[in-house]
Design a protein around this ligand. Structure first.
Ligand SMILES: C[S@@+](CC[C@H](N)C(=O)[O-])C[C@H]1O[C@@H](n2cnc3c(N)ncnc32)[C@H](O)[C@@H]1O
Length: 256
C-alpha cells in the first residue's frame, strides 16, 4: 500500500515530459523549480539517451524536487540527490514515491556527501544569487565550488552536466575565464541558452563591468585531453552589440 502523502494546499503537481519518460513532480511552494528545470531535464534526458550507455552511479547536486535524479535513475544503477535544504529532501522523497523510483536516495549534504566516492555522472543547477551587492563570485559561488571539484569527483571517463548563469563582463564571458582555470582533463562544451538583464540593479552592475547575464548548459566529459569549445549561433561581437543595445534601451525606459 502507498504512503499516506502529506500533500497540502501549498503543493502543486506538474508533469515533466522527457525522452526518458514522464515524471509527475509535486512541488512545495518553498522548493525550487524554474523554467530552466524542465528544459535542462529534457536536455539531460536526450544526452543520456544518445549515449546508449549505463552508468554505475550519478549525483544530482542541489536536487530540490529531484527531477534530474529521476532522469538519471533511468541510466544509472544508483543515484544520490544532495541538498542543503531539508524541505527539498522531503519533497524529493515524495516525488520518488509518486513516480515509483527506487534507485535514488536523497540526503542533506554540502554539495557532495562526506566520503571519497567518485561519480560517473554529476548534474547540477547551482543556486544563482542575483543581488545588487556583487560578491567576488558574481552570485555563482555554488557553481564555482562545483567546477573546482569536478575533476576530483568524476570517475575516469565520467561526465558533468551543468546548467548555470554567469555574467558577460566587459564583453567577455566569465564562464570561459572560470573554465580555463579549473584543473579539468577532458572536453568541455558550452551551449548558450539565453540571456537576461537584472534591470533593477542594472546601473550598479554596469559600473562593475557586467554587461548582461547568460544561461549555459555545460557538458564536461573527462578524458586525457583538454579542449574547450563554445557553441554559439552567430559571431560574438555582433551578438554582443545587438544585446547591449537592447539592454541599454530597455534600461533607459525602465529607469526613467
Ligand atoms: C537553482 S536550485 C535547483 C533545483 C533543481 N535541481 C532544479 O533545477 O529544479 C539550487 C538548489 O541547490 C540547493 N543548494 C544550495 N546550496 C547547496 C549546497 N551547498 N549543497 C547542496 N545543495 C545546495 C538549494 O537549496 C536549491 O534547492
Amino acid at each position: 500500500m502507498g504512503r499516506n502523502w502529506n500533500f497540502n494546499k501549498q503543493m502543486k503537481t506538474t508533469l515533466i515530459r522527457t525522452s526518458s519518460g514522464n515524471f509527475s513532480i509535486i512541488v512545495d511552494k518553498e522548493v525550487y523549480i524554474g523554467e530552466e528545470s524542465t528544459k535542462f531535464a529534457k536536455f539531460l534526458s536526450d544526452y543520456l539517451k544518445n549515449k546508449r550507455k549505463k552508468f554505475n552511479n550519478g549525483i544530482d547536486i542541489g536536487s530540490a524536487t529531484g527531477i534530474y535524479s529521476f532522469v538519471l535513475s533511468k541510466y544509472c544503477k544508483k543515484v544520490i540527490g544532495t541538498e542543503i535544504d531539508k524541505k527539498s529532501i522531503t519533497n524529493a522523497v515524495l516525488c520518488a514515491e509518486k513516480n515509483n523510483i527506487r534507485n535514488v536516495n536523497f540526503e542533506i549534504a554540502n554539495l557532495f556527501p562526506r566520503n571519497k566516492e567518485k561519480y560517473d555522472i554529476i548534474v547540477s543547477n547551482p543556486d544563482y544569487i542575483l543581488e545588487n551587492k556583487i560578491d567576488k563570485f558574481y552570485g555563482g559561488k555554488m557553481l564555482y565550488d562545483i567546477l573546482n571539484k569536478v575533476n576530483e569527483k568524476l570517475s575516469n571517463n565520467g561526465v558533468a552536466i551543468i546548467v548555470c548563469t554567469l555574467p558577460i563582463m566587459n564583453r567577455k564571458p566569465l564562464i570561459l575565464n572560470w573554465l580555463n582555470k579549473i584543473d579539468f582533463k577532458g572536453t568541455i562544451k558550452i551551449k548558450e541558452m539565453g540571456y537576461f538583464v537584472n534591470y533593477k540593479h542594472y546601473k550598479s552592475q554596469k559600473s562593475k563591468g557586467i554587461d548582461y547575464f547568460c544561461r549555459y548548459f555545460i557538458v564536461l566529459e573527462k578524458s586525457k585531453i583538454k579542449k574547450t569549445t563554445i557553441k554559439r549561433k552567430i559571431g560574438r561581437k555582433i551578438l554582443d552589440n545587438i544585446r547591449m543595445n537592447i539592454v541599454k534601451a530597455a534600461s533607459n525606459v525602465l529607469n526613467r
